[in-house]
Design a protein around this ligand. Structure first.
Ligand code: SF4
Length: 263
């Protein structure tokens, strides 16, 4: 069984190092084979493009106060472009909403180098490789956890709120939040037992462990921006913007007035 590339996520001293290291990970044979097969065969509309075909690093501010956690890269989206939620309909919805609430410099995310900037916000995922049928196995999720754990550890001094898109990310993230990080000295947060249930607009305040000199963390649930949810109206742009705006406010970020806001 291959290991997590040559790099140990726990040793990455900063996010730039972590982002570079994760892109070389080959620890999951099934996902490595799938992401590379998709990159080689391509979708007809993108046949002239060179697919990324590797694990996708987090994207956004390195001192983020707000973290957005999805599921995994899409085969012809982030697996093609190399940036989280970029190049597919899910990302179109997410970045439009981030721009609407004032967290992104532009409403579209097309490709690395398109000038997009996130304000105080970072986007990541518990699984970094595109999985067949968008379904990573529990073993793949667990194998990828050290990358998310280290990313969170490197953000722990600044992050104050998290928006989790979908139940998979919620279940993957909670154990990470509850785990102390010896490298940074952060004790983690107290996750209630039984664990809080995922739901759209769910909001839980996680306290630092007793006696720790650490800020609390505001955790928000939101339906995933999948086409299944957005095409059916289960998740509307207004619903997504409401959660993002609430989380941004909880994180101490300024938001932009939106349509329908009182005057
Ligand atoms: S899913 Fe995560 S652990 Fe598995 S190969 Fe991709 S980056 Fe590595």
């Amino acid at each position: 069984m291959p290991g997590i590339a040559d790099a140990d996520p726990a040793l990455a001293p900063d996010l730039a190092t972590l982002d570079a290291a994760v892109a070389g990970c080959r620890a999951c044979p099934r996902l490595v084979a799938w992401r590379e097969e998709v990159a080689a065969t391509k979708r007809a509309a993108f046949r002239d493009q060179t697919y990324w075909g590797r694990p996708v690093p987090g994207f956004g501010a390195t001192d983020a106060r707000l973290l957005i956690v999805g599921l995994a890269p899409a085969a012809h989206g982030a697996n093609r472009t190399g940036r989280m939620f970029t190049g597919d309909r899910s990302g179109d919805v997410l970045y439009a909403a981030l721009h609407a609430v004032g967290l992104a410099s532009q409403p579209t995310s097309v490709a690395i180098g398109d000038g997009l900037e996130l304000f105080g916000t970072r986007i990541t995922a518990p699984v970094r490789c595109a999985p067949p049928a968008n379904k990573p196995t529990p073993a793949e999720r667990d194998r990828c956890r050290p990358w998310l754990a280290r990313e969170l550890a490197l953000l722990r001094d600044t992050v104050r709120a998290v928006v989790v898109l979908g139940g998979f990310g919620w279940q993957a993230l909670l154990p990470v939040l509850a785990t102390p990080d010896p490298a940074s000295g952060h004790p983690g947060w107290v996750v209630p037992t039984p664990r809080p249930a995922f739901g759209h607009a769910a909001h839980v305040t996680l306290s630092p462990v007793s006696g720790a000199d650490t800020a609390s963390l505001e955790l928000f649930g939101c339906y995933h921006v999948s086409q299944q949810n957005t095409f059916t109206g289960r998740l509307t742009p207004a619903m997504l913007e409401d959660v993002l705006a609430s989380a941004a406010t909880a994180a101490g970020l300024e938001t932009r007035p939106r349509r329908g806001d009182p005057g």
